[in-house]
Design a protein around this ligand. Structure first.
Ligand SMILES: [Zn+2]
Ligand SMILES: [Zn+2]
Length: 288
């Protein structure tokens, strides 16, 4: 199941804040970012210059299925409205400079954004084609973590991709079978299990897609004897799946055993304790 509208996601953060008091700060940050994205989400084209028609989308889906490449790799970066991308990135950066513990590092970048010292189109291209090198170079120039830059520049595109995920997920959810997201191409860190099926849930666009229980989404390993499952007596709703070949892990949520609801889009945030355990000295796994 893909994500609901931003309005509903914001409401759900408010409910989750009551259940997960220990994650209040991060939930508030998430809510603030979603509030900034509301303007993009409410525009009929979701930040693009035009909407993708059902006909075009059908074609994109076909290309994705036959080539086993995500839909995002067939989208022209020029479809995004650069002014919208630019103003949204600026608004989020301004918010982070004021409120995020590492926000100060963004001050120089914010000045560059205000002076339009680099091209918004390039940033969109780097997001669509997953050009990690571009973010690394930009990060080096401005002294900002590449992961922070990625977060900043992909945010304005999120409403567009969430919408795309809602439109195509039903058809691709149970038939895609690749380790990465069929819509945006990202490898997810979290899966949801229901009726013994393991669905990866994309952190970016929210699309779900079924993967084999014996598959490492990081390296593609399919050998059952080198794939491990770690369960917790006190928390049967959670599990870690890890791969002995590449040492990466994903977090798994058993939907039918959940005591506190985990809304769509908050899977990674609300299971942060599992990362601390998985990456701690005893296990020393890496995030997929
Ligand atoms: Zn995705
Ligand atoms: Zn692996």
């Amino acid at each position: 199941m893909s994500r609901p509208t931003l309005e509903v996601q914001i409401q759900e953060i408010e409910y989750a804040a009551e259940d997960f008091l220990e994650h209040l700060d991060i939930l508030n940050l998430r809510k603030a970012i979603l509030n900034i994205l509301t303007t993009v989400d409410e525009s009929p084209t979701k930040g693009a210059v035009s909407t993708i028609s059902d006909e075009t989308l059908k074609d994109l889906k076909k290309k994705a299925v036959s080539s086993k490449k995500p839909i995002s790799s067939f989208i022209d970066p020029l479809i995004f409205n650069r002014d919208v991308v630019w103003s949204t990135v600026r608004e989020i950066a301004e918010y982070l400079v004021r409120h995020h513990p590492q926000g100060e590092s963004l001050q120089r970048l914010l000045e560059a954004l205000e002076g339009k010292l680099f091209d918004a189109g390039e940033a969109v291209r780097a997001i669509l084609y997953e050009d990690a090198e571009w973010f690394k170079c930009l990060g080096d120039s401005y002294g900002v973590e590449p992961s922070m830059l990625l977060f900043l520049f992909e945010a304005p595109l999120q409403p567009f991709f969430e919408d795309l995920a809602r439109r195509v997920e039903e058809e691709l959810k149970d038939t895609w079978w690749e380790p990465f997201c069929p819509v945006c191409g990202r490898t997810s860190l979290v899966a949801r299990i229901r009726q013994r099926k393991r669905y990866m849930t994309c952190k970016f666009c929210g699309a779900e897609h079924l993967v084999d229980l014996f598959l490492c989404v990081n390296c593609g390993n399919k050998e059952p004897y080198s794939l491990g499952f770690l369960t917790f007596e006190e928390h049967p709703e959670y599990e870690l799946n890890f791969c002995e070949k590449c040492n990466h892990y994903i977090k798994v949520i058993h939907e039918e055993r959940l005591k506190r609801k985990i809304p769509r889009g908050l899977e990674d945030l609300l299971t942060r304790d599992l990362d601390i355990l998985a990456e701690g000295p005893e296990l020393s796994f890496k995030r997929a």
